[in-house]
Design a protein around this ligand. Structure first.
Ligand SMILES: Nc1ncnc2c1ncn2[C@@H]1O[C@H](COP(=O)(O)OP(=O)(O)OP(=O)(O)O)[C@@H](O)[C@H]1O
Ligand SMILES: [Mg+2]
Length: 256
């Protein structure tokens, strides 16, 4: 069975794409087969794995419009074990083109069922919004992980995100659950990080607080080279933090 996971947060720049790409490669290094699904018109996940802009076919938009089959929407990447359904700017048109259609929230999920191949994980990288694209990805996923910078101002966004997960669960996808919160740009020596971690544990239980990702400059440099952290700086704290996170995600019992 393929586990469908998503790193989601309405807040921009909190590390969703960095987490999707590097967890994908970390799991692939553990001999898992990964399908990365870029559902963000910014196409940062596609770019991060070396899918150059200009290569506009096939994309997730063609899949959603029925112009390409699932099998043909999947491309290989240079990362061993990681395949990709790329995105492009065109995807912006999805929300206007499809939002008035009935059950448009389920279209992505329907496109991804059927012959998905023998992937162990399907990993979504959604945009920083609560629009149709993010809702569609949540409607297709099983496990939500919320990357979050440990600032007090972000707690409100976390609460909103959790509400969105409940709403999508109730309306579209009874299999969806919030599995974990991932501290990003993390510095565990600061008091604020500790206080917010305590807050998360109080509200969600200690099992929901996942291993944090420290601030690491190599993580921000790697995408510019179309590389994962494991290629760009295998000895960095970014690489060890993402391997630890992937180990933890891989140990989650997906069918409790
Ligand atoms: N732990 C980290 N240390 C240093 N830089 C990081 C770290 N995580 C992410 N970054 C950098 O921060 C920026 C935002 O990260 P990223 O693109 O992953 O966020 P995002 O949530 O996907 O953003 P968006 O909401 O625009 O999709 C990027 O330049 C990324 O390289
Ligand atoms: Mg992103």
């Amino acid at each position: 069975m393929t586990r469908f996971i998503i790193f989601a947060n309405r807040k921009g720049g909190c590390g969703k794409t960095t987490t999707a790409v590097n967890v994908a490669h970390a799991l692939a290094k553990k001999e898992k087969k990964i399908l990365l699904v870029d559902v963000d018109p910014q196409a940062h996940a596609s770019l991060s794995v070396g899918n150059a802009p200009g290569i506009q076919y096939p994309t997730i938009f063609h899949l959603l419009r029925g112009e390409v089959s699932l099998k043909h929407a999947i491309v290989r990447t240079h990362l061993d074990g990681v395949s990709l359904i790329p995105s492009s700017r065109d995807l912006i048109a999805f929300e206007t083109e499809f939002s008035s259609q009935k059950r448009s929230e389920m279209l992505l999920s329907e496109k991804l069922t059927g012959d998905i191949g023998d992937f162990d994980y399907l990993i979504f990288d959604p945009p920083p919004t609560a629009g149709l694209l993010t809702i569609s990805a949540l409607a297709a996923a099983q496990e939500v992980y919320i990357p979050m910078q440990m600032h007090f101002l972000n707690l409100e966004g976390l609460a909103e995100m959790v509400r969105l997960v409940y709403d999508v669960n109730a309306a579209w996808n009874p299999n969806l659950r919030m599995e974990g919160i991932i501290p990003t740009f993390f510095n565990k020596t600061t008091r604020i990080a500790k206080e917010i971690a305590d807050d998360i544990i109080r509200h969600f239980g200690k099992d929901r607080l996942f291993p944090g990702i420290r601030m690491n400059i190599s993580l921000s440099e790697a995408p510019g080279h179309g590389k994962s952290i494991f290629e760009y700086a295998p000895g960095s704290t970014g690489a060890s933090d993402y391997m630890k996170l992937a180990d933890k995600i891989d140990s989650v019992n997906s069918y409790p």
